[in-house]
Ligand binder design. Sequence first.
Ligand SMILES: NCc1[nH]cc(CCC(=O)O)c1CC(=O)O
Length: 319
Amino acid sequence: MTEKALRLGTRRSKLAMAQSGQVADAVSQVTGRPVELVEITTYGDVSREHLAQIGGTGVFVAALREALARGEVDFAVHSLKDLPTTQPDELVVAAIPVREDPRDVIIARDALKLTDLPRGARIGTGSPRRMAQLNAYARTHGLDFETVPIRGNVDTRIGYVTKGDLDAVVLAAAGLNRVGRSDEVTDFLSVDTILPAPGQGALAVETTADNADLIAALAQLDDPLTRAAVTAERSLLAALEAGCSAPVGALADLLTDGQSVKEMRLRGVVGSTDGSTLVQLSTTGPVPETHEAATALGRELATEMLAQGAAGLMGERAL
Ligand SMILES: NCc1[nH]cc(CCC(=O)O)c1CC(=O)O
């Protein structure tokens, strides 16, 4: 007898379909069961222009979570950076697979790098985090470009450059990799220049808390080091009382001593969108082995950032 297919709820966007498809393959490999994609239309997909008013990328997550709660699907895959920092009691993030490239990139006309952009160049991004750090970089490196607020999916955003409306756009490397368009990247931005969004490049595989068998099966896809890193990053975000559209960047990585992993370093930044003020700090600690330890690392850095005025920079919202 063939086993019943597991139902994976997904948005219809190219990026969502790509990442759901990849997780579907992995889940079917570890469970030996077929996985069926169930398309869920979200309010954010239908009414993009109202996204800012109804609360940013959280709307995409909410529709998938409702389908899970109603029992219409068995599990869902989210971009971790779009996931609100509060976890509903009835849902569990059963797996956080190995993170992809966390960097931001630019796709610019004429294969230009960030530092090659001419004076007055227009760079499209709707993210206050990217605006703040790009503008700060311009100020400290004698560059002169303008960040222009844009929205839209990966294709739309790249279209601004290919149609000649903008000189460059900023995107996440991971998303481009997943949709097979990373060959169009003209510059991978160092995380020393632009810290990514907390959780960027990582996925969250979520199911209902009452589904013990599926939780155990999905756990085989979990990467504990990725989980520790993104838990610390998201704990920083939560402790700063910032949402997914706040100008906050964070990245936890491992510091190695020769061959062996020594410590985890968590870097964080918050800034004004014009780049005139940045609070950028880092902390290091033993590699966290529990959720509590990872959370403590993020809280510790938040406390230091708040002491340096981070709270005053959190009011700015995405356009
Ligand atoms: N905010 C939209 C979004 N959510 C996740 C990704 C990319 C994939 C990832 O970071 O995991 C993107 C696109 C982007 O920022 O370019």
